[in-house]
Design a protein around this ligand. Structure first.
Ligand SMILES: Nc1ncnc2c1ncn2[C@@H]1O[C@H](COP(=O)(O)OP(=O)(O)OP(=O)(O)O)[C@@H](O)[C@H]1O
Ligand SMILES: [Mg+2]
Length: 218
């Protein structure tokens, strides 16, 4: 079983949105998926209660219970555990990162998120956890060109020595509206741009987590 932690010490960067969309992508790809909601706001659990049909399992937990939960999930033949974390509580984020095979550090391409990301970068490096940054809510291209904030953010992130995921998420209404009915964007608009982004990011994450499977295919 693999564990993926979705982190950021800043509120509202898109941790829950990313965790839910990747959890459904993993589930749709046939991976037995458990999303663990570690945030007291219980946003992921609220989404799951709204969803009246099959999908990834979602449970809430206290960070202190993570190790025992990992063992229990393994016994239930879970393939992937995704940890949706809280923006507050350094200890909690550390506990999630310690359990994780890979960490996604989520940020929006703006000054304040970039400043806040340093704490998460320092933490994963101190704990020696493999990680990457995921840029979320990127503005649309203008006249076919990325707005300056994107290359500037990528350049600033490169100084941390942690890679930036090759696929980020743009700001799209589908990421918001789809959750209202317990869906995610790729279910509501399977051919839409959000679906393409999520599918591309999921494929990349999947290869990071299970490189041996991809080598076997190649
Ligand atoms: N790519 C996106 N496009 C449009 N809206 C987005 C996108 N990602 C997130 N949002 C919106 O931004 C808000 C915050 O997202 P979300 O709740 O996922 O962040 P979070 O990091 O989990 O927040 P918290 O720190 O409070 O747990 C929500 O209203 C969500 O719908
Ligand atoms: Mg959240």
């Amino acid at each position: 079983m693999k564990t993926l932690a979705v982190l950021s010490r800043k509120g509202g960067t898109g941790k829950t949105t990313l965790a839910l969309h990747l959890a459904v992508a993993a589930y749709a790809a046939g991976r037995s998926t458990l999303l663990v909601d570690l945030d007291r706001q219980r946003s992921a659990l609220t989404w799951r209660r709204q969803r009246a049909f099959s999908g990834p399992r979602v449970v809430d937990a206290k960070p202190g219970a993570l190790f025992s939960m990992q063992h229990a999930a393994e016994r239930l033949d879970t393939d992937l555990m995704i940890l949706d974390t809280s923006p507050s509580g350094e200890e909690d984020a550390e506990q999630a990162a310690r359990c994780a095979n890979f960490c996604l550090i989520v940020l929006r391409p703006n000054f304040l998120d970039l400043k806040a990301v340093a704490a998460s970068a320092e933490m994963v490096q101190r704990l020696r956890r493999p990680a990457c940054f995921v840029i979320n809510q990127a503005p649309p291209r203008r006249a076919g060109q990325e707005v300056a904030a994107i290359p500037e953010t990528v350049e600033a992130l490169e100084r941390f020595g942690i890679p930036v995921a090759p696929i980020g998420l743009r700001s799209r209404i589908a990421y918001q509206r789809s959750l209202e009915t317990g869906h995610v964007a790729q279910e509501v608009e399977p051919d839409g741009s959000a679906a393409m982004e999520i599918f591309g990011l999921w494929r990349w994450v999947e290869e990071v987590l299970w490189p041996q499977e991809f080598r076997a295919i190649a």
